[in-house]
Design a protein around this ligand. Structure first.
Ligand SMILES: *Cc1c(COP(=O)(O)O)cnc(C)c1O
Length: 805
């Protein structure tokens, strides 16, 4: 469906919204009021589109996709919505006639930061693709009152400020109180160990109301709309019985407890803290969601028997895996199913994606905590566990192996094991990662149920990351290869025909330069720091983590500084290094890494011997919006994790599509980027995954490396006794004693790769040719491709038939 709105109609509606909401006319309205009036109008359009699309999905019996994730990172909505609805031009005209610039309204919007990083952003990119390809889909998450914290550096030390996104973010939400559901906690269950699990009585529970708020993501050309339903926790009706019985505190406590559930997003990325509130959040999400899915199904069907034909439920990471025992609970306790019948249905509905092999991120809950908080769910997990183990023993599987695969083991609930046992499909997110799952992390499972294992390499919403973020490049592409790539990203390959066209390469260089100038101005405006748009823009933007090795980059910069300080007249291409990264607030070492980069930046940028040539910027508060600013300006994309640690990465894809050249290891999706562009168009360095494994086996001694590498040694020595007056002993000790992510082992190769990058860069036309080839080959990393693979190979879903077919 396509709304053909004229500028005049848009103007009338905006005026009406201004008058209705603010009692003000366009002459007196502020940009913020214009933004709200415009956003409100767009939201209402999306609501109408959603109604029409979901009605058509229902009428045609199209399978629904439910995507469960504790995090989504939508960023801003206004530009994406207008772009996808094809309404940017009439809105721009309508507003311009009222004396308002559409681009400055875009800048009014606060990011919806309901996620930490890659995981949440992937989920949001997927909602975009689902809508654009016409798959009816709902994402489910929590309406965190405070999303990911705002990062502020104080003397180089990260401090966390609350993210007040909600007051202005509400404009994008539709509250649906009539679809609220009750979630029960602390159910003391009567122990009826009846085989069918039918006769369970809840006594003395705490009940919390889950109120849904819908946000919308429009597909390209209005083909479909995805709904992101986020739940807010609210105290259920005031407990008059408790209150009258004199139990005042308990009556009030329940209300306070409820509010806390959706107060804040846990800011850990690739890390688990086994906190009771986190478990409560997880159960709150899945209980509300599963009740909602079942109610939606029973609205038009008389039984859950046909649920697997009508719905696919996707578990993005293990965080929502309690959806499985929750659905079992409802089917057993409330719908009268037998265990076998319920299990058969459940295991045909659920699929699971693993996103990390970091041991510290694999979720395990202490059985005691779990049992106390969710006794009935625990019983069901016990039964899942009992049956699974019995089946494995019956097959003759070795007892230790059964133990390693069991959902309950060693006093823990092992969430990944529960997810694999309960899902019909398990996938990793890049080819290398999926192989690692089969070869090591989930090897036991792979040998018992190989048919479950699949790979779906991640992808990005290329319309957001190329068409909207980089309009100049996108316009050039339109004129060269037509705009078919917007809906069929593989058409970007048509650009290959221009790889030796000097005229096109010059235009692309010009665009990159313009983007660098724009970005420099933005940096100057927001931070006060000047950067030279003629220097190399070398960017590492991602969460701060040892495995991502920002300290490898930083240590190398320090060694460059040493060389340049010794020899200020050496031949040196001006180079600006940008870092953007939040650290988990409790991750001390990552905060030390930030402090080191900040100290390095301060020292280098204030040293007149070098600061015309070398510059380092740490940009505070990395977000989707900042990423949209930086990707089009980047020239070198730093993807330097230790091989075998990054599941996929999606930042690497955003840089690539914007013609940056990857300087990286053979890790995650870098492997497939390398395969797409070849040795000549990517700067590869470092150990491979097998080499890392080999070195771990033979014994890794960072000190020996230092003895043999004077360049690395000089850099480490300079910080050993403090740098810029700050003690970095922890950093030095870690590097020289353990070096868990083998920074020093890859240091020399990294330094060579940096040299090679600069040499290539200095032949500008050739460098741009490399960039062109990267853009041309980025189509395979579109989220559209990933979603098609999920739909066809995992969900068995198809798009809603087009209106007139
Ligand atoms: C894409 C993105 C990420 C993920 O970056 P990786 O390099 O894949 O870790 C994190 N944060 C934001 C804001 C992003 O847009």
């Amino acid at each position: 469906m396509n709304y053909k709105l004229t500028a005049a109609q848009i103007q009338d509606q905006i005026k009406e919204n201004l008058s209705h909401h603010f009692g003000i006319g366009p002459e007196a309205a502020t940009d913020e009021q214009f933004y709200k009036a415009t956003a409100g109008m767009v939201r209402d359009l999306l609501v109408r589109e959603r109604n029409e699309f979901f009605e058509r999905a229902g009428r045609t019996g199209t399978k629904m996709v439910y995507y469960l994730c504790m995090e989504f990172l939508p960023g801003r909505s206004l530009r994406n919505s207008l772009y996808n609805l094809g309404l940017e031009t009439p809105f721009r005209e309508a507003l311009s006639a009222l004396g308002v610039n559409l681009e400055s309204l875009y800048e009014q919007e606060v990011d919806a930061g309901l996620g930490n990083g890659g995981l949440g952003r992937l989920a949001s990119c997927f909602l975009d693709s689902l809508a654009s390809m016409g798959y009816p889909a709902m994402g489910y998450s929590l309406r965190y009152e405070y999303g990911i914290f705002r990062q502020k550096l104080v003397d180089g030390w990260q401090t966390e400020l609350p993210d007040f996104w909600l007051p202005s973010g509400r404009i994008w939400m539709q509250e649906i109180p009539e679809s609220s559901v009750e979630v029960h906690f602390d159910g003391h269950v009567e122990e009826h160990w009846d085989q069918q699990y039918h006769t369970v009585v809840h006594k003395d529970y705490t009940s919390v109301t889950a109120v849904p708020y819908d946000m919308f993501v429009s597909g390209k050309d209005g083909r479909g709309v995805s709904v992101l339903r986020v739940w807010k926790a609210q105290s259920s009706e005031f407990d008059m019985k408790q209150f009258n019985g004199g139990n005042y505190m308990r009556a009030v406590e329940q209300g306070a407890m409820a509010d806390i559930i959706t107060k804040v997003l846990y800011p850990e990325d690739n890390h688990l803290e086994g906190k009771s509130l986190r478990l409560t959040q997880q159960y709150f999400l899945v209980s509300a969601t599963i009740q909602d899915i079942i109610r939606r199904h029973l609205y038009s069907h008389s039984t859950l028997d046909d649920l697997p034909a009508c719905a696919a439920i996707h578990l993005n990471e293990t965080h929502p895996v309690l959806a499985v025992p929750e659905m079992m609970r409802i089917m057993l306790d409330e719908c009268g199913y037998t265990w076998e019948a319920a299990w058969d249905i459940v295991t045909r509905v659920f699929a699971y994606t693993n996103h990390t092999i970091m041991a510290e991120a694999l979720e395990c809950w202490s059985e005691d905590l779990f049992k106390l908080r969710l006794p009935r769910i625990y019983q069901i997990v016990e039964e899942i566990n009992r049956r699974f183990c019995a089946e494995m023993h019956a097959r003759g599987v070795d007892g230790y192996k059964v133990g390693r695969m069991a959902p309950l083991n060693d006093g823990y609930v092992k969430m990944a094991n529960l997810a694999i046992v309960s899902s019909h499909s398990v996938n990793g997110v890049s080819r290398l990662h999926s192989e690692i799952l089969k070869d090591s992390l989930f090897h036991d499972f792979y040998t018992e149920m190989p048919e479950k294992f699949q790979n779906v390499t991640n992808g990005i919403a290329h319309r957001r990351w190329l068409c909207q973020a980089n309009p100049a490049l996108s316009d050039l592409l339109d004129s060269l290869i037509g705009n078919g790539y917007a809906t069929d990203a593989r058409q970007l390959e048509k650009l290959l025909a221009y790889q030796d066209d000097t005229d096109v390469l010059k235009q692309m260089l010009e665009i990159k330069h313009e983007n660098k100038v724009d970005f420099s101005n933005w940096v100057k405006r927001t931070t006060g720091v000047s950067v030279d748009p003629d220097s190399i823009f070398d960017v590492q933007a991602k969460r701060m983590h040892e495995y991502k090795r920002q300290h490898l980059n930083a240590l190398h910069i320090l060694s460059l500084y040493q060389q340049l300080r010794e020899n200020p007249n050496m031949d040196f291409t001006p180079h600006t290094y940008f870092f953007c990264a939040k650290a988990a607030p409790g991750y001390y070492f990552a905060k030390q890494m930030i402090r080191f980069i900040a100290a390095l930046a301060k020292t280098i940028n204030n040293d007149p011997r070098v600061n015309q040539k070398l510059k380092v910027l740490f940009l505070e508060n990395y977000s989707v919006t900042m990423a949209e600013h930086i990707m089009p300006a980047a020239e070198i994309s730093e993807q330097i994790s230790l091989a075998g640690t990054e599941a996929s990465g999606t930042g690497n894809m955003k840089f690539m599509i914007n013609s940056a050249v990857t300087l990286g290891t053979l890790d995650g999706a870098n492997v497939e980027i390398h395969e797409a562009v070849g040795d000549e168009n990517m700067i590869l360095f470092g150990m491979t995954t097998p080499q890392v494994a080999e070195l771990k086996t033979t014994g890794y001694h960072p000190n020996v490396i230092l003895q043999n590498n004077p360049v690395a040694r000089a850099a480490v020595e300079e910080i050993r006794s403090g740098f810029a007056g700050i003690d970095f002993r922890d950093l030095v000790d870690s590097l020289t004693n353990v070096d868990p992510y083998m920074v020093l082992a890859d240091f020399d190769a990294y330094a060579q790769a940096q040299k090679k990058a600069v040499a290539l860069y200095n032949d500008r036309l050739h460098w741009m040719k490399m960039g062109l080839i990267n853009t041309a080959m980025a189509g395979r990393f579109a989220a559209d491709r990933a979603i098609r693979e999920y739909a066809e190979n995992i969900w068995g879903a198809s798009p809603v038939p087009e209106q007139n077919s």
